[in-house]
Design a protein around this ligand. Structure first.
Ligand SMILES: [Zn+2]
Length: 257
């Protein structure tokens, strides 16, 4: 144990044991060599089947996935536990072009939604979901929209790693949300977080407005929800952040699959 500790000081990568197989949820450091596409397929399986959030750093330079999960994080805005990752770390040990990944597990999203719908203070979209029995728009929101906690962690990681290229991807049961902050436009952690909190609130308002009165609801229309979400976030962030969302039903719904 002591020897391991001193080895890790000499080479911080030595704590990552090299293994084969699928990416899996674990609190221990390990690494797997596989392409970005294959790793993302593993993450989709985890998002669909595992109840815990997975977190990885993918190195574009070496094609290696590093397990970044170090336990469950604090309970977030939706009521479920997030993921704990090392945030004040020099990521250059992994390479120069990196992506920080985490999953939003579907089972957790469904459980959080059910718990929320049992409370008395419901927003228009929640009220509609409860009455119609169709919870999908609430599942989409929690799955594909980065939370304020997500943005906070991203900005912290970026702040201590200005020397490398780092972007962020969330894999959920519905799709992949990509977020790339524009380093030259990031003026102060608090400012960016405040701006993202407002962007997040604007997406929430966009959703709620669709369920007020006689407006067009998002019933079944994940495409439109995705487009409206991306446009709202990007315009609200005014050049500080580029977000895109790739829906899995675009990727997998092609003829023959
Ligand atoms: Zn998240």
């Amino acid at each position: 144990m002591v020897l391991d500790f001193f080895r890790s000081l000499a080479d911080p990568l030595s704590i990552y044991k090299s293994i084969d197989g699928r990416l899996s949820v674990s609190d221990r450091p390990y690494k797997i060599a596989k392409t970005r596409e294959d790793g993302e397929k593993d993450l989709l399986m985890l998002a669909l089947e595992d109840e815990k959030e997975a977190a990885f750093i993918f190195s574009e330079d070496s094609g290696i996935w590093y397990n970044f999960r170090r336990g469950g994080g604090p309970v977030g805005e939706y009521g479920s536990q997030g993921v704990d990752i090392p945030i004040n770390i020099d990521l250059s040990i992994f390479g120069e072009r990196l992506t920080s990944y985490h999953t939003h597990p579907l089972k957790t999203t469904i459980r959080d939604t059910n718990a929320k719908l049992n409370s008395h203070a419901l927003t228009p979209s929640q009220k509609y979901a409860k009455e119609s029995g169709d919870h999908s728009v609430l599942h989409w929101f929690q799955s594909i929209v980065p939370s304020i906690e997500d943005a906070d962690v991203d900005i912290t990681l970026l702040g201590s790693n200005l020397g490398c290229y780092l972007d962020f991807r969330i894999v959920s049961g519905f799709g992949r949300t990509d977020a790339a902050f524009v380093p030259g436009r990031l003026h102060g952690h608090e400012t960016v977080i405040r701006r993202y909190s407002r962007a997040h609130m604007e997406v929430r308002a966009m959703l709620e407005e669709a369920y007020m009165g006689r407006r067009q609801k998002y019933d079944g229309d994940l495409e439109r929800f995705r487009t409206d979400t991306v446009n709202t976030i990007n315009s609200s962030m005014k050049g500080m952040l580029n977000t895109s969302i790739t829906l899995y039903h675009d990727l997998f719904a092609s003829p023959g699959l």
